[in-house]
Structure formats: C-alpha cells, structure tokens
Write a protein of this length. Structure first.
Lengths: 278, 280, 355
C-alpha cells in the first residue's frame, strides 16, 4: 500500500462544527445548511497501490482537485489522515502526512511525490530556465555536482521529448504542450513514487494531448510509479487509469476498474456522466 | 545646547545594539534585527557599520576606517572624522595599530589578530534577496536551510556563463550552517574570511540588521563539488608604487596602458616603507 | 605616517563643502541671491513642472507657501499659456560645462574625478558639536582646467564594445513629444525618458528603490554623474546657423547594470541606463537611470515581483502633478457617489437577511 486515506475532509470557511455531518452526496449538497461553509471533500477513504493509476472524475465543484491538493499539502486538511508509505517516522512506520511541517513537506515534494498542474505557472518557476527548473529538484535532493546536475537536466529533457538545445531558455519561450513536458520532466526529477496530475492536458490541442498522454503512460510503465489523475475528460481517464473513482458533492459515489465503471456504470450520476460524454 | 554623549549615542542605544551583536556572535551568520538609529550620515552610506563601531568603541580603542581599501577615500574620511569627533579616540591608517577597523568593500591585506574587530558596512544583509525579496519568506528559508534556489541560480549562471555572475557579495556558508551575505567584498577577499582570528561584525543600517562571524569560524563560498572557486586573477602583476604582488589591485588607465596599484593603501605604504628601510 | 593620503580626502571634502556654501550663496543662480538658498527647490520644480525659469519657479514657491508639489503644478500650468517658439538642438552630454562630475565605477577616469559642490559629506546635525566637523576649506576651489567635451566615464568601456546599446526601432528614431501627443504602449523609449525627466522626484526614487531592494535585480554602479551648465542652441531662422539662446543647469547620469548576452550578436556586454533632468537633482537623475536600466533590460530579474521593470507602472504613476491632483481630488464632494455606495450596501444586507 503506497497511500492510504482515512476519513479525509476539507471545509472551506468558518465551520459551525456540524458541516461535515450535514453535507456529502447522501445529503445532496456540499454546502452546510447551517453555516454555509463549503465541504469540498467529505470523509473520503481511498487506497493507492504501487504502480497503480487511479483516476478521479466528477463535475467541477465535486471536490476532485481539492482532494489532490490535500494529498500534495497545497491546502490544509480539516479532518482525517493520510498515510504515505515513503514518509516514515523514526519507528519506520508511515506517518500521517496531513501533519507535516513546511520542511517535511518540502522534503516530500523534492524526493517522493510530485504534482503536475493544469497551469504550468503553478508548477514551474518562469524566472528560471527549463533546465533550471529540473535542476532545482536535483539540487533539492542533495546533488551538488554541476556536471551531474546538468546531465540529469538533459536526461529528463530528453525523456520528455524536449529539445535539449533549448534547455537554457525560459519556460516562457516554449509552447503550452512543451511547458507541460517541462513540468513532467521536473516532476520526474524528484524521482517520485506518486505522481499527482490535475487536468494535465486540459486546454491543449487534441493532437498534443494524445502525445502527452502516451508519453505519460510510457514513462509510468518504464519508471514505475503510481499516479492519481484528476480530469473531467473521460477520454483522459480511459487512456491512463486502471481504477476510476467518481466524486460528487465531496463524496465518492462509485469506484471500480476503469473499464467497468465506464462501460457499465452502476450509479445514476456516473451513468449521466458517461452518457453525456460518450 | 545639549552636549552629545561619548560616541554620539545614548548608553541605552549602545547596549541594545551590543545585545544584537552578541546574539549575532552566538549564531554565526544569523541575521539579527535591531532598531537602527538615524545617523547624521545618510542611510546607505555606512550607518550600519558606524552604529556597530560606536556601540563597541571605548576610550582605549584605536580606529581605522577604509573604503575600497583606502583610508583617504572621502567616505572613509567622513566616517573617521565623525567617530574621532564624538569619541576623541586615536585614529590610525596602520592596520596593525587599529583595534577597530570599519570597512566598505575590502578586507585589509595585512593579517588580522584576535585583538581586532573588523566592522563591515552592509547594503543587503540577506543573501537570499537575489532569489526571494520577501523578508518573511527569507526568514523561513533560513530556518529550514532551504537554499536550493541559490544553487539553481549558480546552476543557471554556470550553464550560461561558465560560472556565477555574482562578482562581489558572493554567498558564503558560515559554520557549516547558514548561508550569508559577506557584504560587497570582491571574491579575492572571500577565502580570507575563513578561520580569521578577528571578530567580524556586519551592520546594515538602512535594512536594520546585524550579523557576525566569530573568530576562527569556518567560512566557505558556495561552489559545486566539481568546480573550484574562481577569483579575480592578478597573476604576474605588481603594484606600480610599492612593487607588491599577490594582492588585490586597483587599475588605472594611463596613456592607454593599464597600471596596477594596491587597493589597500596602508599595505602599499607598509611595503614601500620596508623596501626603503631594507635599501638603506 | 601615511596621513598624507588621509589629508587628501579631508581636503577634498573641505573644498567640496566650500563650493556647496558658495552654491547656496548664489554662485550658479541667475536670479538675485535672496532666493539662492532655494536652489534645490527651484531645480526640482523646474524639472517636475517641465518649465525652465528661475524667476517663475521662485514665484511658484512663494505663492504655494513652499508646497513643492503644488509649485511644480504652477509651472506646469503656466506652460499652457506659453507659445512654442521652436525646438532646440539636442544637447551633447560631453558639452555640459561641468561643476561636478564623478564616477563610482573607477578610481580615476579620463578628465578626472571632480567632486565639486556637494552636501554628501555634511553631517546632518542641527545642534551639538560635530555639526561642522570638517571646516570648509577656501583657498581656491581647487578647480582644474576642465577640457570639454568631457567624455563619459563609460566611454572607455564603450569604445571597447563592452556596453550594450538599446535597440531603437526604425519608427522610434524621431523622438516622441508627450506634450503634443499621447503615446500608447509599447511606449517608445523617448516618451518614457520624457515622462521620467518630468517625473516627481519622490515617486521615481520610490520605484527605483524597489528594484534595488530585491523586487527586481538592479545593482547599478554609477559610471558617470555630472552636474553643470548646458548651452541651449537653436537654429536661427534667418541665418540658418545654430546660436546659443541660453544656459540651463542640468544633471546627467549613466549607470551600469549587470552583464547580459546581447541579442544583436550573442556577445556578453554590460547593460546601462541613462537619467537626465533640469536643474541639480542627483537623486532624481540616478533614479531615472535605474528605472531606464530596469525597463530596458527587464529579463535579468530573478525576483518574483518586479515593479520598476514595468513600463505600464512607471509611465502612469510617476508624474507628481497627476498623482497629487487625483489623490487630492478626494477632498471634493462625493456625496452622490457615496450615497450610491450606501444604497448598494443596504441592498446587499437586505439580500443577506432574506437569503
């Protein structure tokens, strides 16, 4: 088990204390009827195995992106626990990453877990060159040998089909698709066990989308890491994932093998999602 | 008319600044905020160094002030005259005679001793400013020794120009812990901070910060493991006036010719003096 | 032993102070010496007001009660009543008859370091001993014969091809005059320079300072700062020859920034910025050169936020007459709009209650 999420919730705004109990898919709303706070993620339980690719689908506001942000520690957990096997305490047991301090979070992001954002500006430092962005991860992992850092940067540039001749240029000078490739190269440089992808190809050209998805799949098989992919695009989910989780109002309404969920949806909401797209 | 007290400040102000200095010494390279006072000298003209000098000076001290290595520079003269006028202490230009040396942009060529304090004037106290201007974030980055952005900057410059573009103010790691701004001294002076017998104090008046390198502290510039620290190279050059070699030189262009002179004017005088006495 | 060297510095300061005293006694003013102690106020508002007239400047200072923002406004307003008689020829910086010229980039430069009159080394003490530690030294102002044209402190580096030249677009060769047209972005450099030359000293200083403190990454070295008299020349309508119609006090600064790769030929060169204004105003001219440097070479910055590199910020926010006018206008009655604000608040509160 790589990641185990227990009873995870996130409330935005000042909570009245009853918000989590009064919301969720069975209540038909993510907004607390008492105080109006938004419960973006509601008592989620989830497991990710080694080398498994998990997809999360749902309409906007379903809480899928917030879930990803909670795992990556971009936002603070309200309740619940997350055990990430790579992050261990002194006793060698996985620690609850919801309680990590800033330094531990930085360590986790630099060496164990990485995130690909829909907007490359969130994932890349545009004031550093493409190579510099990758170097940042390699340096953070403790490498202090220039030639080795340079080699790593070139290696990941090549791995993600980027022109090495342009390695010293700013991300600004690259196309949208290439910026996503730099993000992926940077993420891989952290040698992650878990890669989080938030709408990684949304907004890109259809042909570019397909190339990037293929590349991600090949890299995942080759370097063997687990992934959680959030997308509203069922095509992306079908292309990349083994397991699919369907979310609405901050809750999981259905989960199973991707083929099964998409071919034979059980929940009415999933049926609606699938039929509206296919 | 109110009489100005010894060394300009009231005693409470000096005590407060000395407390900041002590904290800085206890935590080598750590940046200590202090309530920087308004001086009759403009901010940015050495008020940080001046406040340190005035806070630690006693009647028994001998003061030397240099700018660019030179005692005669107008900035140095101005500060020295002010210190002398408010303390009546002895002023000197001889490095070996001074107990307190206030400097801008240089470390004296003559080796310092345990009896001496070197006071640096600092424009930008936080080394992280080049990668992160927000002082709140800077503080957290120091707390977590999160210096990877500085290394990325070094990587970027190395990739584009073969070496860091930082000519002066080269980042140094102090006591195997904090990375620190050594004030705008040339690279030549960086190795001379290491294991120095003198106490080195750094004052930034405008930015209201003090920090320190205690005597005999390990100080090393940040460089990649497979690269060596590059310095200004004056190999084969000697001073036109005193003939000294292997020191930091000022360059003058005369009739199309580049001429070299010691940047440290006292060192130049001493060398000339000893040459003369040897000759006679 | 080596006090000879120290004495050199003391003497330079003493002479500089003496010249500064002379300046306050009216040495460089055309008007009568009663107003000579106003020289920096006069110079500041002539620059910001974009009208060079000592007589009118003195009057503006008097009628505004020495509110210099407002005094500059008087001059600017007076401009509208003046007919444009013609255009002067461009001033060559080398021809400025300098009274002070320094370079912090080099110990010695061609033509010499000329400290001249300066208050830099006057201790800012109103009372107590030490208020004038170094006596002003008379015995001549130590003036050497200064050869004109006096090259810039950067001319040696420039002749060796080490200073980058800002590329001027073909359609920007003729300078824009912002008093006759309102340029749209991207702002031609000539219009930006004009806006800055008329800019409010304090605002420019503030914006330039952000860049020095890390919001931006400009660490300038002053290659050449000169104060002096510049001859204003015009083409005589009958003879067709250039004639001098008067002299003005000016300040000019060239700053050097970090080196960059020149996109023109991929060679490494130093960047530079220029500042120039009416009158003696060193702070403003230095600030202007920093802003020019920041805007001309914005990509060097590694700080996450940068203000001084943004032409949109600088162009629209450094004019004192404009910023003061708009800020002060909030004193005017606003009860109609404020009533509308209150009504909107009430509707929102009503919505809250019903919601």
């Amino acid at each position: 088990m790589l990641l185990e999420i227990e009873n995870l919730s996130k409330v935005y705004g000042k909570s009245c204390g009853q918000c989590i109990a009064l919301t969720g898919d069975d209540m038909g709303t993510a907004i607390c009827p008492v105080c109006g706070a938004v419960v973006a993620v509601n008592r989620i339980n989830l497991r990710v195995e080694d080398n498994e690719v998990l997809g999360i689908v749902g309409e906007s506001g379903s809480g899928k992106s917030t879930l990803l942000q909670l795992i990556y520690r971009d936002t603070k957990t309200t309740e619940g626990k997350m055990f990430f096997r790579e992050m261990q305490g002194e006793d060698g047991e996985p620690v609850d990453i919801a309680g990590l301090n800033m330094m531990e979070t930085v360590l986790m992001r630099n060496t164990m877990m990485a995130m690909i954002y829909q907007n490359p500006r969130l994932g890349l430092n545009f004031l550093f060159s493409g190579g510099g962005n990758i170097a940042e991860k390699v340096i953070a992992a403790g490498q202090r040998n220039y030639e080795d850092i340079r080699k790593s940067a070139c290696y990941f540039f090549e791995k993600t089909d980027l022109p090495v001749s342009r390695i010293d240029q700013s991300p600004e000078t690259f196309s949208g698709g290439q910026q996503q490739r730099i993000q992926i190269a940077k993420a891989l440089a952290a040698s992650p066990r878990l890669l989080l992808l938030d709408e990684p190809t949304t907004g890109l050209d259809v042909s570019v989308q397909a190339q990037i998805l293929d590349m991600i799949r090949v890299l995942q098989k080759e370097l063997s890491f687990s992934m959680i992919v959030v997308s509203h695009d069922l095509g992306v989910i079908r292309h990349l994932t083994d397991i699919t989780v369907v979310m609405r109002n901050g809750s999981i309404v259905e989960q199973g093998l991707t083929d099964q969920v998409l071919e034979d949806p059980q929940h009415v909401y999933t049926q609606l999602l699938v039929s509206s797209v296919l | 008319m109110v009489e100005i007290s010894f060394a300009f400040f009231d005693e409470d102000a000096k005590k407060e600044i000395r407390r900041a200095i002590l904290k800085g010494i206890a935590l080598p390279g750590y940046i200590v905020p202090f309530a920087s006072r308004e001086m009759p000298l403009a901010r940015g003209w050495g008020t940080g160094g001046l406040q340190i000098s005035l806070s630690i000076i006693t009647e028994a001290d001998t003061i030397k002030v240099i700018d660019q290595g030179c005692d005669a520079s107008v900035n140095a003269v101005n500060i020295r005259e002010f210190i002398v006028a408010t303390t009546d202490v002895r002023a000197t230009s001889t490095t070996g005679e001074a107990s307190i040396i206030q400097t801008r942009h240089r470390v004296p060529e003559t080796a310092l001793t345990e009896e001496q304090v070197l006071v640096f004037q600092v424009p930008t106290p936080d080394v992280l400013t080049v990668v992160e201007p927000d002082t709140d974030k800077q503080k957290k980055m120091h707390a977590h020794l999160e210096y990877s952005k500085l290394w990325v900057l070094l990587y970027e410059d190395t990739a584009s120009f073969g070496d860091s573009r930082i000519a002066s103010r080269y980042p140094v790691e102090v006591n195997d812990h904090f990375i620190m701004d050594p004030s705008p001294i040339p690279r030549y002076d960086i190795p001379r901070l290491n294991d120095n017998p003198a106490l080195m104090l750094f004052g930034a008046g405008r930015e209201k910060r003090i920090y320190a390198i205690p005597p005999y502290t390990k100080v090393k510039p940040i460089v990649f493991d497979d690269r060596s620290f590059q310095m200004e190279d004056f190999t084969g050059k000697s001073c036109m006036r005193c003939g000294a070699e292997n020191v930091f030189f000022d360059t003058l262009k005369k009739d199309g010719e580049v001429q070299y002179y010691c940047s440290d004017s006292d060192f130049c005088d001493q060398t000339l003096e000893s040459r003369k006495s040897h000759a006679s | 032993m080596s006090y000879v060297a120290i004495k050199g510095g003391s003497e330079a300061i003493g002479r500089s102070k003496n010249l500064f005293k002379k300046m306050l006694d009216g040495e460089f003013l055309l008007e009568d010496s009663n107003t000579s102690k106003l020289i920096f106020g006069i110079d500041r508002i002539m620059g910001e007001g974009a009208l060079y007239s000592e007589k009118l400047a003195v009057r503006a200072i008097h009628v505004s009660g020495c509110n210099l923002l407002e005094a500059a406004f008087y001059l600017r307003a007076h401009r509208s009543t003046c007919r444009r008689a013609g255009k002067s020829l461009a001033i060559n910086g080398g021809e400025i008859r300098v009274i002070r010229r320094i370079s912090s980039a080099f110990k010695e430069i061609e033509g010499g370091q000329i400290l001249g009159p300066s208050s830099d080394f006057i201790l800012k003490l109103l009372a107590g001993h030490g208020s004038d530690l170094l006596e002003a030294i008379d015995g001549g102002d130590g003036s050497r014969k200064i050869q004109h044209p006096l090259p810039s402190g950067l001319s040696d580096l420039r002749s060796r091809g080490l200073i980058m030249t800002v590329a001027v677009k073909e359609n920007e060769r003729k300078p824009v005059d912002i008093t006759r047209s309102s340029p749209l972005p991207p702002y031609p450099r000539s219009s930006m320079m004009q806006v800055m030359a008329r800019g409010e000293t304090g605002s420019m200083l503030g914006f330039a300072y952000t860049s020095l403190r890390g919001y931006g990454d400009i660490h300038p070295t002053i290659g050449d700062l000169r104060l002096g008299m510049a001859a204003v020349k015009m083409i005589h309508p009958l003879t067709g020859k250039a004639v001098v119609v008067g002299e003005i006090r000016v300040t000019a600064v060239e700053s050097v920034g970090s080196f960059q790769r020149d996109s023109k030929d991929n060679n490494l060169r130093l960047t530079s910025g220029f500042g120039f204004c009416f009158g003696f105003n060193e702070t403003k001219a230095i600030s202007m050169s920093i802003l020019d440097l920041a805007m001309s070479y914005p990509h060097y910055s590694v700080g996450e936020k940068s203000i001084a590199t943004d032409p949109e910020i600088i162009f629209h926010h450094i004019d004192g007459i404009e910023s003061m006018g708009f800020t002060d206008h909030f004193k005017m009655p606003h009860y109609v709009t404020f009533q509308a604000d209150i009504k909107t608040l009430e509707r929102a509160m009503e919505h809250d209650e019903n919601g």
